[in-house]
Design a protein around this ligand. Sequence first.
Ligand code: SAM
Length: 302
Amino acid sequence: MSKSPHSAPVLTDLRDQWWSADFLQLLVERLALGECQSIADIGSGQGHWGQLLLRLLSGSATLQGVDRESEWVQRAQERADSLGLGSRCSYQQGAAETLPFADEQFDMVTCQTLLMHVADPKQVLQEMIRILRPGGRLLLLEPNNVAQQMIADSVNRALSAEQLAGVFSLFVTCSRGRAALGRGDDCIGDLLPTLLSDLALEDMRVFQNERVHCIQPPYSAADRDELQQSANHAENKFWLWDKEDAKALFEAGGGDPNTFADCYQAFERRTELFAEQVEAQTYASNNASLHYVVCATRPLCR
Ligand SMILES: C[S@@+](CC[C@H](N)C(=O)[O-])C[C@H]1O[C@@H](n2cnc3c(N)ncnc32)[C@H](O)[C@@H]1O
């Protein structure tokens, strides 16, 4: 059976709902991104983020995307064509660690939920800065998924404090394990300013996504799409639902192997409860997104 491309379960058009149009417009104005004419989108996936951004920039701005998955490269181009952006977008296969571009080529280099997947985010950041012209803007959109999960679960009164502690212990320890095994850091959004502090950039600014997709019964069609995506993650064993993998991550993260079974059981109970509550239409959440926007400028002279 062929392996599905990276992030397949989450590369859906729900990504277009992650940011409100007026918030993005405000960012473009505050960060003066409207002047950027050449943009590189690294880890471009099916093109969702770069194409959303490009539509807010000048009609003469162009975008080049890079992704290591050939299937996503093809889909991103098809998607750009279908949105009428085909002549302004081009995509190619490549690795974020060795980008297929000359030095100082772009006015803006951006990525969304790429750095959370790479073994060495600092190396990728250096490579992104290499292709940025002096005065160009680095625009990074990365989450802290561990904290986001904890926020949503913290108000689930059907779980005892001990069960929640078990769930949180599993999240934090497995996330550390993922980073230790070179599979990326789910908390990267909160680590970016420190990572960037050594990279000789200036004018760093950090914002947080203001989007909240409040889910309350009776569920709207959009609520159902969000809830279905979460249910699909469990079914596809995406993230921690593969118990063997979760155990390996837990141990790599320094977890006590004797506590894994209890933590995992609490996590399974949480997952069952979620399904039961959705079925009974009692599940409610602010569904807040803990997703950061970090922007910095490459200095004109070093
Ligand atoms: C979660 S997706 C994000 C896609 C897109 N940025 C978006 O927000 O819709 C992460 C993407 O990064 C790509 N990726 C992961 N590691 C990579 C690497 N080392 N070099 C290039 N692409 C990579 C994956 O193939 C995937 O398409």
